[in-house]
Design a binder for this molecule. Structure first.
Ligand SMILES: NC(=O)c1ccc[n+]([C@@H]2O[C@H](COP(=O)([O-])OP(=O)(O)OC[C@H]3O[C@@H](n4cnc5c(N)ncnc54)[C@H](O)[C@@H]3O)[C@@H](O)[C@H]2O)c1
Length: 402
């Protein structure tokens, strides 16, 4: 039996996928609301194919509870934020989850940490807890790579990494993941698995930062960054990404900080990339002020379309729009502009609309912060508006870009 601890964006689909593929699973979350929702046939976030997967898992007998259960294997997928001051991983959620598991698990149980952690976290934060509990268990790190919006497909088709102390345990864990994963599963040691995961997200962050820096350089010189990238990418070994309004979410904007915190003085490109990407919401604001001045638009007639950190998901964590709202509070104009996102039902900020038409009626300058399918399919509704397209959702010569 597998007890999955933490039923959020990662833990829930993983638990459902295991159960739907014949593994006996109990899902545990200490948040009673999450468990109640799941026990009332409601999934807790929007994701393509999640509800169908939930139904398949329920048919196979998955259970949800707030209690930690006796099991052979535990999959721990709890948050790992970073400490804003030290920039190091905040492993306290993982520590607490491991303590709770150790209080119920049998000897020889396998504790798989799926949460993203910085290199050395298991040695520094988890092993001491296991030693204190004086229980023989096996530690494994199996980081997750799936992307919201395509999670179910990627769970089945992404390659995976399993870091373990003991090869035989690694093979047992590989067999469990192979119940649903159709791709390559690499077994390695724990520190390599920890580092690999953080390196992957850092690679993405640096590449995005390069595109964003080019956008700023080109803006200064009146050059079209998109055209330059399009042409440069015709080189057989060049693949520059698209600039955007910043980097959000729970992974790419967080994990590089782990390396900055742990390797000060060594993680230089990584730190610079983080700073560039974090500066993009402010860059968007500067563009907005410039356009308002040029076209005589009152700031109260500016509307930001999109609040999530990427298209077609409901996750707003660390999103560029939230960063921008935070920045605007400093300029004391945050309460004047308008916001809308088809995926965000809760009111996050004043002047937030819940209908695209009502939002558009109130604004003259639309700033596209997220390229949701909804806006791509309703471009005609933007006719007659000024548009700052930070995501390059369309090729409109009249629109402003980064
Ligand atoms: N969201 C992503 O796209 C993504 C992708 C890859 C990896 N990750 C990593 O996966 C981990 C989990 O992220 P997430 O997005 O699923 O987080 P999340 O906040 O969506 O979910 C975490 C869940 O864990 C529960 N929880 C926390 N501590 C607990 C405990 N001690 N016992 C029981 N339940 C507990 C919370 O109530 C919450 O429901 C993080 O380390 C993250 O970096 C996330």
């Amino acid at each position: 039996m597998v007890n999955v601890i933490g039923l959020g964006y990662i833990g829930l689909p993983t638990a459902l996928m295991l159960a739907a593929n014949g593994v006996e699973v109990v899902g545990t979350d200490y948040n009673g609301n999450v468990v109640e929702e799941l026990n009332h046939s409601r999934v807790t976030f929007q994701e393509d194919g999640l509800l169908e997967l939930y139904r398949r898992a329920v048919e196979k007998g998955i259970r949800f509870t707030t209690e930690y259960r006796k099991a052979d294997m535990y999959v721990i997928s709890v948050p790992t934020p970073y400490d804003e001051f030290s920039k190091k991983v905040d492993a306290s959620y993982v520590e607490r989850a491991v303590e709770s598991v150790l209080s119920v698990c049998p000897p020889e149980a396998v504790l798989i940490i799926e949460s993203t952690i910085s290199p050395g976290t298991i040695d520094r934060h988890v092993r001491p807890i296991v030693e204190r509990a004086d229980k023989k268990v096996h530690l494994v790190h199996a980081p997750e790579r799936i992307i919201p919006g395509n999670m179910i497909y990627e769970l089945e088709h992404n390659n995976r990494t399993i870091g373990c102390d003991d090869r035989e345990v690694g093979e047992r864990v590989r067999a469990v993941y192979a119940s649903f994963c159709k791709s390559e599963i690499t077994v390695t040691d724990i520190r390599t698995a920890e580092m690999t995961k953080v390196v992957e997200n850092t690679y993405r962050d640096i590449n995005i930062a390069f595109a964003n820096e080019l956008a700023k350089i080109c803006r200064k010189d009146g050059l079209d960054v998109y055209e330059i990238i399009r042409i440069a990418n015709k080189h057989p070994r060049v693949n520059i990404l698209t600039p955007g309004p910043g980097v959000g979410g729970h992974c790419i904007s967080v994990d590089p900080w782990f390396l900055v915190g742990d390797y000060p003085g060594l993680a230089n490109i990584i730190l610079a990339a983080r700073k560039i990407n974090d500066s993009m919401p402010e860059f968007v604001l500067e563009r907005v002020y410039g356009i308002c001045k040029e076209r005589g638009v009152d700031i109260s007639r500016v509307g930001f379309y999109g609040m999530t950190y990427k298209e077609d998901v409901d996750d707003i964590r660390q999103s560029p729009t939230l960063q921008l709202i935070h920045n605007m509070e400093k300029h004391l104009c945050g309460h004047m502009v308008k916001f809308y996102d088809p995926y965000v039902e809760k009111d996050i900020t004043p002047n937030q609309y819940h209908s695209l038409d009502a939002f558009l009626e109130q604004v003259d300058l639309v700033v596209i912060m997220v390229g949701h399918t909804q806006i791509r399919e309703n471009l005609e509704k933007l006719e007659g508006k000024l548009v700052l397209d930070t995501r390059k959702v369309a090729d409109c010569p009249d629109w402003y870009t980064l």
